[in-house]
Design a binder for this molecule. Structure first.
Ligand SMILES: [Zn+2]
Length: 171
């Protein structure tokens, strides 16, 4: 094995020799991911030349979407799970909205009270179901985040991928 950098896998320019094909093109998944992912918060600024009242047209544009190469996608790090929290948030929002809807509609007598009650009940029930599922998933999420995720992330951080033959190995 030959190292082109001595400070380990976090070095941007570091490459390793592939154990399978022997090419010196292996890079860490982190480097592959970061080099192939264009940040979603990137903004490009430019000014057109001009004079008088027409001076200073801003040509800044922001890239609102994240663009990734196929390689960068394949090197995506493991993510923490927040399925339970997301469902709890949705469920809570829907349930509260249903209650507010019911109160507003009945106090103002905007439409048929039985229709209002029925639709509010259906929405509240849907929100309640999401709350229950969220409550069930939340502990599983936190177990995954505390028990599985750190190890998975460490492994991802130590994984190299050969740019020549695609072999992955830990280093
Ligand atoms: Zn290889």
């Amino acid at each position: 094995m030959s190292w082109s950098a001595d400070s380990g896998h976090s070095t941007q320019a570091a490459t390793l020799t592939c154990p399978r094909c022997g090419s010196g093109n292996a890079r860490t998944l982190r480097v592959i991911h970061e080099s192939g992912t264009i940040s979603s918060s990137g903004t490009a600024h430019g000014w057109t030349q001009g004079s008088g009242s027409s001076a200073g047209h801003s040509t800044s544009y922001s890239t609102s979407s994240t663009s990734q190469s196929t390689a960068a996608k394949a090197a995506t790090p493991p993510k923490k799970r927040h399925n339970g929290a997301v469902l709890l948030g949705f469920g809570f929002t829907i349930a509260v909205a249903a209650i507010i809807y019911y109160i507003v509609m009945t106090t103002n007598q905007i439409s048929d009270p039985s229709y209002v009650a029925m639709s509010a009940l259906i929405a509240a029930a849907a929100g309640f179901v999401m709350l229950v599922i969220g409550l069930v998933l939340a502990p599983a999420d936190s177990r995954y985040n505390s028990d599985v995720f750190p190890e998975a992330f460490r492994e991802w951080d130590r994984t190299w991928s050969c740019q020549q033959c695609g072999t992955r190995f830990l280093a």
